[in-house]
Design a protein around this ligand. Structure first.
Ligand code: SAH
Length: 349
């Protein structure tokens, strides 16, 4: 068995893709020995491109209003327990100022799909950040928009966009989202973003309700098709105020295995060890890096709104100042032999 697993891992490393059957075989039969081998290969590939550098992104959660009602998400429209907030342009710029001081050279603006932030407002915010911090990259993560809107943000200076596809299996997509949201539209957005010239990030939750290994294979095949520069994955974690409140969380084990696979599929991918990974295990982000991740995303949101951007229960770092988060993650990376560096952290060729 182990030889067969190792052969497939070797094939993935050489060809950067496997067939549906081969991916499924790996997922169904993985064991500690083949997993350790996978992580060792993933680290070697990562070190060849990025050495022991870890890029950091300053996450600014600019609104928790959302017009969507995704069943898993703590800030969904129907989540009545959520105390809603929006950051002003000035507040966002203050987050950037704090972040810049701390060595952040990428700012990620993430939020619910909030119609208050019209294209004009987003363009204005992007312009202002670009003007003040011309040496920084701006990443947007604000959901599904028309192609013209994405183009306008790009023209204003946003270079990266994160839009997790959530699941590449149609049937599974239907079980996670209300009817008005569709996988085909989600995918179209990703292809639009790519065509415009953004560095694009897709991704999914590991262990979301009703997910099977077959669904995960669809996710891997979609990643092979899209060839994104970034892939965001983290465990699903239930939120008490959603229809999935009673569902079990995803496991760290499967999340790490998938991180390793994705590093082999796209050697230069920017792959975060996510906050959700740090939430289900106190050493989750360290283990993520050791499985192939090379990005961390500490929180730069103002302290008084942190607790309100609760995508899932028990989210970590909601009480810490940006400087504390930065120092903490710096120490954690050093501890495992990696360097948190001051850089825009673009995708290397
Ligand atoms: N509105 C934006 C940002 C969504 S929040 C968008 O549509 O892209 C960022 C990510 O958090 C989501 O894409 C989702 O994958 C993840 N997320 C949401 N709820 C979660 C939960 N309960 N557990 C783990 N991750 C969750």
């Amino acid at each position: 068995m182990n030889n067969e697993l190792k052969k497939l891992i070797g094939k993935l490393e050489a060809d950067r893709k496997l067939s549906r059957e081969e991916y499924l075989f790996l997922l169904n039969n993985r064991n500690p020995e083949s997993t350790e081998y996978l992580f060792e290969r993933a680290r070697t590939i990562k070190h060849g491109i990025y050495d022991h550098d870890i890029y950091m992104r300053g996450l600014i959660e600019f609104t928790n209003y959302c017009k969507n009602d995704c069943y898993y998400c703590g800030i969904r429209k129907s989540s009545t327990g959520t105390d809603r907030y929006r950051l002003t342009k000035e507040q966002i710029l203050e987050c950037c100022a704090t972040g810049y001081e701390l060595g952040f050279r990428t700012f990620v603006l993430q939020g619910g799909e909030d119609p208050y932030y019209t294209d004009d407002r987003i363009v204005d915010i992007v312009h202002a950040i670009k003007e003040n911090y011309p040496d920084c990259a701006i990443t947007l993560s604000a959901g599904e928009k028309d192609r013209e809107s994405y183009q306008a943000y790009f023209d204003a200076g946003a270079e990266r966009y994160l839009l997790r596809h959530e699941t590449a299996n149609d049937e599974h997509y239907r079980k996670l989202h209300p009817e008005e949201l569709t996988l085909s539209r989600r995918k179209q957005c990703l292809f639009d973003l790519k065509q415009i010239g953004y560095q694009v990030g897709c991704g999914f939750m590991v262990g979301s309700p009703y997910q099977t290994n077959e669904c995960l294979v669809d996710d891997l095949l979609f990643i092979n098709e899209l060839q994104p520069q970034m892939v965001g994955i983290g465990p699903f974690i239930p939120h008490c105020d959603t229809p999935f409140a009673e569902q079990p969380a995803g496991t760290i084990e499967l999340t790490l295995f998938l991180l390793g696979l994705i590093r082999l599929m796209i050697p230069n991918v920017l792959l975060p060890a996510t906050t959700a990974l740090g939430t289900i295990d106190p050493m989750g982000r360290e283990q993520g890096v050791l499985a192939g991740a090379n990005v961390v995303m500490p929180n730069l949101s103002p302290i008084n709104v942190r607790e309100k951007y609760m995508l899932y229960d028990n989210k970590i770092c909601t009480g810490d100042e940006a400087a504390e988060c930065r120092a903490c993650i710096h120490g954690r990376m050093e501890e495992i032999g990696y360097n948190l560096i001051v850089s825009r952290g673009d995708c290397k060729q």
